[in-house]
Design a protein around this ligand. Sequence first.
Ligand SMILES: NC(=O)c1ccc[n+]([C@@H]2O[C@H](COP(=O)([O-])OP(=O)(O)OC[C@H]3O[C@@H](n4cnc5c(N)ncnc54)[C@H](O)[C@@H]3O)[C@@H](O)[C@H]2O)c1
Ligand SMILES: [Zn+2]
Ligand SMILES: [Zn+2]
Length: 378
Amino acid sequence: MATAGKVIKCKAAVAWEPNKPLVMEEIEVAPPQANEVRIKVVATGVCHTDLYHLFEGMHKDGFPAVLGHEGAGIVESVGPGVTEFQPGDKVIPLFISQCKECRFCKSPKTNQCEKGWAADRHDVMSDKDTRFTCKGKKILQFMGTSTFSEYTVVNQMAVAKIDPAAPLDKVCLLGCGVCTGYGAAVNTAKVEEGSTCAVFGLGAVGLAAVMGCKNAGAKRIIAVDINPDKFEKAKVFGANEFVNPKDHDKPISQVLSEMTNGGVDYSLECVGNVGVMRSALESTVQGWGVSVIVGWNNIHEFSGQPIQLIAGRTWKGALFGGFKSKDSVPEMVKAYMNKKVMVDEFITHNLTLDQINDAIEMMKHGKCIRTVLNVSPQ
Ligand SMILES: NC(=O)c1ccc[n+]([C@@H]2O[C@H](COP(=O)([O-])OP(=O)(O)OC[C@H]3O[C@@H](n4cnc5c(N)ncnc54)[C@H](O)[C@@H]3O)[C@@H](O)[C@H]2O)c1
Ligand SMILES: [Zn+2]
Ligand SMILES: [Zn+2]
């Protein structure tokens, strides 16, 4: 490859500071170092967690950064020590690593890994190492991935090699939203056949949770959102009842409890709002109800009554749907290719990287499920 070993100058959307539009810039991407892979990003989704960092979390040490963590691309070159990847491989960069050596990776109980950026930088939401510079300044790699760039560099423990036949402008969504929601239902809640579920928030993450509930055999899937435009889409993924909290004077947990003779078996919070997290917990049935927090929030504290848990409910959370990332993403790509999981149905808009701010505005205003940005030609 003509570019191997050299600095690549390319286009990226830079978040110079919080709460401001992203700026298209020319950045320099250094060659991959030991155990790193440089990837030409072909397509990327825009996830609410990108918006969270930009508009809600706004961590002072988290800027300037290149956002984006739901991408797919092609390996351009590899650094010393990389044997698993070759130029030309189709890959998905992973915001949660799987080193396969640490105590977390060795445990079947979790998908957390202590080696990636998340180990000590959860609050900042970006890696301390970066291969990006722009105008002489170091630019951080958001969630270790930074897919809003034509090229990125990722440690091989956070890259999944996928089926070369997979369409990158679709399977990029398996890099975050779809796996996150789907896995939260099947891996974390462990939804059972014949059960009753409620999913709060019907963005891509919530809709993927609906799909997980459906594939696990849930009988009743109650879709909850304050934006009724989302209900049509939720039907496609298997929801069969729809509740808009704005249509009720009573607390939503009471509404669901009355609908289900005491509460749902499983609830999934896919909004990122601590009040909704509490409602989701309180919507589950005493004795065995399980509520999973999927929505991202690191700034507000949640509260609840201990009796809710004493009465036998379980409150848990999941990162990336509990999937061990490197092992599971290629499997999920296969499941998509074999039509076992839907992906295309999440995509409501296709734009190019330089239209990124339009994609962000649409998500902010609930006008899209997922926008896929074409970053470079395949
Ligand atoms: N845990 C993880 O690993 C992980 C990964 C990806 C995303 N996330 C988080 O998941 C959440 C959802 O992401 P997304 O990309 O689907 O976002 P999105 O913005 O597309 O969807 C959020 C949905 O929640 C709805 N909503 C807002 N307030 C509500 C309320 N009070 N009650 C019910 N519904 C409400 C909105 O109308 C919208 O449909 C975000 O918080 C995101 O940061 C977590
Ligand atoms: Zn995400
Ligand atoms: Zn590990």
